[in-house]
Design a binder for this molecule. Structure first.
Ligand SMILES: Nc1ncnc2c1ncn2[C@@H]1O[C@H](COP(=O)(O)OP(=O)(O)OP(=O)(O)O)[C@@H](O)[C@H]1O
Length: 131
């Protein structure tokens, strides 16, 4: 990378950096099917949370689960792209990098499902008078 190009890449204003981050979010939603699934599930979870009038503490867990899922999914997508860029051919390290990133998403997804179950199951049981 020559010096001019390096300067160009390092001298962004805060506003520019923010707009690149927004572009990343838009790209993720446009190009990643999983992101669209997360978006739809998040809207559903938020609606259900309002319906059950969950507590402030429960909202914090739900919001962290939703935000964490989006963040991790975007990091996973970024890792996939970098791996495809540097290793378009099959390579064990490329496989491990992608599988590890996917594993990180899975860990958080399981955690999020458990958080959802702990918060919503009592409400659902009460709704059907089972609790
Ligand atoms: N260059 C590579 N070298 C070795 N294995 C790879 C390589 N690219 C992908 N793989 C393997 O194939 C799997 C699927 O890779 P792919 O890039 O299709 O991601 P994906 O999990 O389908 O992503 P998504 O469905 O989120 O778009 C990876 O988890 C990895 O095990």
């Amino acid at each position: 990378m020559n010096m001019d190009l390096k300067d160009k890449h390092t001298s962004h204003s805060l506003l520019h950096s923010f707009s690149f981050a927004i572009t990343g979010m838009v790209t993720a939603v446009k190009q990643e099917r999983n992101m669209r699934i997360h978006l739809l599930s998040s809207v559903l979870v938020i609606l259900i949370s309002f319906y059950f009038s969950i507590t402030k503490m429960e909202w914090l867990f739900i919001l962290f689960a939703i935000g964490g899922m989006f963040s991790l999914e975007m990091i996973n997508s970024a890792i996939e792209r970098v791996v495809d860029l540097v290793s378009p051919e099959y390579h064990l390290l490329a496989k491990q990098a992608k599988d590890l990133a996917a594993g990180a998403v899975l860990v958080f997804a399981i955690l999020s499902i458990l958080v959802g179950a702990v918060i919503f199951l009592p409400h659902i049981l009460r709704l059907f008078s089972w609790g």
